[in-house]
Design a protein around this ligand. Structure first.
Ligand SMILES: [Zn+2]
Length: 63
């Protein structure tokens, strides 16, 4: 579980691809390769979801 990485666009788990001496990560939902710089760890996904929920909560409070 701790080796899982997630798509920065859709937050779905990435599939680990290895070959040609390089390791890549592919999002089956977006159908794109995700670079190591862009992919998210589980903690980062949780943090982003938390921030999104907080922003939505703030917006509903103002209305
Ligand atoms: Zn994706």
């Amino acid at each position: 579980m701790k080796d899982n990485y997630f798509c920065p666009e859709c937050h779905n788990p990435l599939e680990r691809l290895s070959g040609c001496g390089a390791v890549g990560y592919f999002c089956n939902t977006c159908k794109i390769l995700i670079s190591k710089q862009k992919m998210l760890t589980y903690e980062e996904v949780k943090e982003r979801d938390y921030k999104i929920k907080n922003i939505e909560h703030e917006n509903t409070k103002d209305q």
